[in-house]
Design a protein around this ligand. Structure first.
Ligand SMILES: C[S@@+](CC[C@H](N)C(=O)[O-])C[C@H]1O[C@@H](n2cnc3c(N)ncnc32)[C@H](O)[C@@H]1O
Length: 309
């Protein structure tokens, strides 16, 4: 169980309250419930919310949040699952909904060596948000070809030494399978220049986590479902923590905040469909210096918000 002392303030909570929720919002869907930090803050501060629907892939987080949010149990509906299935749980159109995705992992994930996210503590090569996921980092490292591993480290970690690292992994696994985070760290460190070691380890761990959980695939599906299912006045806010996921969100929001045009015989830009979203954040909302001092995890956070037209 996550340690109660560890749960820190939710990231950009006041900004979410100010920009993602309006007096019309009746239902809040929290796709990354985690330890329930945003949930507690919003339930305390928005008494007019009629329902708070949350989901998480991690059963422990869900159990912890359910306990923490017991005072609001009459408004609470929690699901174990992926936020990319949110249209199964949210009845868009019947009430005004705000959706929040606070992407990535919790500090609790990094602190628990058994989850395999930490390169500072020895643990199994798990790295899946879901405890019973069939896909995990150990299987990925054992079964992927060198080209696939290079692709993962380049695409999801932007790691310049991707090719060398994947070659070392293939060589090493011919003798024995990679089983622990420590073994992987040693392999990465032995593949790159000593001055690049820390960055390489960080990037490869990030890349494996993204690949194991298909993080960008689920984000893209959720965005597509949002544009198709949300109704006017519904809002969608996404907090990203690295440039890959921020790029996906920024591009999608920009594309769908403009009318769709097509070139015809009569005009170069005939509007064929109005914009689906109104972009409420031309620039992302960033944490204040004070928030970063109080909660260093917030330092790379970017919040972007749209409203359905
Ligand atoms: C940054 S934490 C959220 C913290 C939370 N907002 C709070 O205030 O406590 C991200 C959470 O989302 C979960 N998660 C990540 N990707 C997910 C996905 N695709 N579907 C459902 N949950 C996901 C993780 O297990 C983790 O608990």
């Amino acid at each position: 169980m996550p340690n109660k002392n560890l749960y820190h303030a939710p990231v950009l909570a006041a900004e979410i309250l100010d920009h993602l929720i309006t007096e019309k919002t009746q239902v809040f869907f929290d796709g990354t419930l985690g330890l329930g930090g945003h949930a507690q803050y919003l339930l305390e501060n928005v008494p007019h919310l009629e329902a708070y629907i949350g989901c998480d892939l991690d059963q422990q987080h869900l159990d912890f949040a359910r306990d923490r949010l017991a005072p609001w149990s009459d408004k609470l509906e929690l699901h174990l699952g992926n936020f990319s299935s949110f249209d199964d749980w949210v009845d868009f159109g019947s009430r005004t909904v705000s959706v929040l995705l606070d992407l990535g992992l919790c500090s609790n994930h990094v602190d628990d060596p058994a989850k395999g996210f930490s390169f500072q503590q020895e643990g199994p090569l798990h790295m899946a948000f879901s405890n019973d996921a069939t896909e995990n980092a150990e299987a990925l490292l054992a079964d992927s070809s060198q080209a696939e591993l290079t692709h993962i480290f380049k695409e999801y970690g932007e790691e310049p030494g991707a090719h060398k690292i994947s070659r070392r992994i293939i060589e090493a696994r011919q003798h024995q399978p990679l089983r622990t985070t420590r073994e992987l760290v040693e392999l990465i460190e032995s593949s790159v220049h000593p001055k690049d070691r820390k960055k390489a380890v960080t990037r490869v761990f990030q890349a494996l986590r993204i690949a194991v959980n298909d993080e960008l695939g689920h984000l893209e599906k959720a965005l597509q479902d949002a544009v198709e299912n949300m109704h006017p006045a519904d809002r969608l806010g996404i907090i990203t923590y690295h440039s890959l996921e921020d790029r996906v969100v920024k591009k999608f929001f920009k594309l769908h905040s403009k009318p769709k045009t097509e070139a015809t015989d009569f005009s170069l830009h005939t509007v064929v469909a109005p914009a689906a979203f109104k972009l409420l954040t031309k620039k992302p909302i960033l944490p204040s210096d004070q928030e970063i001092t109080d909660n260093p995890r917030a330092r790379s956070a970017k919040l972007r918000i749209v409203e359905k037209c």
